[in-house]
Design a protein around this ligand. Sequence first.
Ligand code: ASP
Length: 336
Amino acid sequence: MKIFKQSKNIAARSLLALTALVILPIGTQTLAADAPYPTKPITIVVPYNAGGPTDLLTRTIATVMEKNLGQSIKIENVGGGGGTAGVGNVILAPKDGYTVLVTHIGIATAPSLYRSLRYDALKDLEPIGLIADVPMTVVARPNMAADNLKDFISFAKENKDKLSYAHAGVGSASHLCGMLLLNAINADILTVPHKGTKPAMDALLAGKVDFMCDQTISTTDKINSKAIKGYAVTSKNRLDALPNLPTLEESGLKSATVTVWQGMWVPKGTPATAIKRLNTAMQVALADPAVLAEFAKLSTKPYPVAQQTPAGLRTLHKAEIAKWAPIIKKAAVFAD
Ligand code: ASP
């Protein structure tokens, strides 16, 4: 496993674990795997800033998971590197079920975007299950002249050198959406990275950047209240919550169609009991009427139960790495 440099603490912990392995009688070593779980608070790492869509989605399910697990859940936001900083932290965390990761499609595009990525998420993480698939929207600052996608595209092509596109770092979903969109309209436009789409959206609202893609979780209310301009949805079909927005596909930009699948993982080596218990709690949360109502308002719904599983997430994660690799290669976009 190629990972970041180990901290002294982790090295000390490994030494301790090694000592324990040597002095414990046979039988006790497997006890850890069967130990009661959870007996203390759990941390879920979200690799984007607080207040962004992945953070909000995680907090929505965490409130129900807490009750089911009988332990509190702390959300730790580790923005940076388009999600790779937070994922790297989780891979280095103790493999005891108390550090969990929630992230999305970006985990499958990062290997093609970062030539020197120091981990392999497929090998270094253990999947818990798929959560939900969230559409994105193409949006612009409130005072953008264009009122619809067609006019915006013409404007963007004529003003390539003056516009800026905000995203959550190379490897984020908003970066992927922007890459697909700019390729589809054949416009080379300045892109501005942030540590999540919350700061990117703040910049858009302040008129510091011109346009971006963001998940419906963050944009639905803002589009409907006209706080920002909404031009299109990135899903295959139009959305009930944003009925006036065309799909990119119906606007002739099929190649930019993309939705943001979200999943939950733990570091490789986490005991099976913890994985099973976290999966149960996640599935309970995804069947909770309040969670479903909140998801519906945000134009998303949970994956079918059969995919809310380790196998469901592993299969999609692998397939998506294979799907995006040639597209990113063709676009010749790299983070490093
Ligand atoms: N999901 C990220 C966030 O929560 C943003 C992104 O991937 O575009 O900020």
